[in-house]
Design a protein. Structure first.
Length: 125
């Protein structure tokens, strides 16, 4: 996942969210959700497809591959750990969620694990 750019990670997350809602994602829905042009989505889908992260064919719904799903689940887990942490230290829900979105792409697995341990410690005290 470290080789994925921030925009690529955002695409993976968006596709994952849309797939949870509708079992697939249309490029138009991805563009609308990310507030970008369809041409940008198409370019990104070609790149992510070449990396084996999405199943993409023109004018067809987009889905995540097994590898893409692993990345999406890892990002979701990291986001949840961070949002929980920010809530535990007193942030309101909206701030915790927004801050988690910003931070989740910039920390590694070791830091995520340490924050998760701290969350567990703080919730058992």
């Amino acid at each position: 996942m470290s080789c994925l750019s921030l925009p690529q990670q955002n695409y993976i997350e968006t596709i994952h969210e849309l797939c949870l809602e509708h079992d697939h994602a249309h490029t138009k829905a991805i563009a609308e959700k990310l507030d970008i042009r369809m041409a940008s989505v198409t370019e990104a889908m070609l790149s992510l497809s070449a990396q084996g992260l999405v199943n993409y064919h023109a004018r067809q719904p987009v889905t995540l591959t097994k590898e893409g799903m692993k990345v999406a689940k890892k990002l979701h887990r990291r986001h949840q750990i961070l949002a929980d942490f920010f809530s535990l230290i007193g942030c309101n829900k909206a701030t915790a969620e927004n801050t988690a979105c910003k931070v989740e792409h910039n920390i590694d697995d070791e830091v995520t694990s340490l924050i998760e341990k701290l969350n567990k410690k703080l919730t058992t005290e």
